[in-house]
Design a protein around this ligand. Sequence first.
Ligand SMILES: [Fe+2]
Length: 293
Amino acid sequence: MSAPPDFHSGINQGVAPATYGQGERPPRGDYAQARTDYTCDQDWAAYSAADHDLYRRLYERQAAQLPGLACEEFIDAVKHLGEPTHIPHFDALSDTLYRATRWQVVAVPGLIPEEAFFALLSQRRFPVTGWIRKPEEFDYVVEPDVFHDLFGHVPLLFNPMFADYMQAYGAGGLKASRLESCEYLARLYWYTVEFGLIDTPAGLRAYGAGILSSAGELRHSVTSPAPQRLGFDLERIMRTRYKIDSYQASYFVIDSFRQLIDATAPDFTPVYERVSRLGELSAEARLATDQLR
Ligand SMILES: [Fe+2]
């Protein structure tokens, strides 16, 4: 799931077309097929040979880049997606995933409203967009497609700790909706689940889906001197705006998935209050208290 202003937001009214981000573009998915929880059937037979071939080319380009740039947990789990010769059947992938961490993948038409997204995560069901980008979008697609959602997100759902983090995030999201603090939580998602880096004994590695499914940002995020890389800091992240149309200006680095779990376990209510008081920061901001990594 992804789109401005974050990778999972949108406003839907019944099965009417979603609006999201700047609210100008029409949605790409077929929302008429969606159930009330926004899941739908994966119309696997509708994929053309060209769709499967596009998926394979995207997969192979990314897989070739993973060594030395992606975290080992991700590299180890990519194989669960199966042979890249075709777009996976979500049902079969769900069976494998459920046996590993009790997560499942479910098809959705595209972007779905935040509350629906949070609800699915809290049920350990990861929404995956059914459609695949067009060939001319090989290098960049604005909205999340099946390749981003599957290749970027699903491998780490095989990791028990990360899988628990994702469920906790969904539960926290439902609560944040009630507190009208979704924007802060969206930044946490953005700077961890989508664009997170992790420090490992072998060096800095990527674990965020937005990075791992991006042809250019994978190497950029790990090796370029241009962006700043800061130690994970929950409140700092919640204050920090992000880039939706370029590589990130700042990345936040965790030391372990355990750190992510521990830092996000406490009740966020007082955190939201402090963050609201402190005010937001630009994507490029540098504070005296930042830990440069
Ligand atoms: Fe995503």
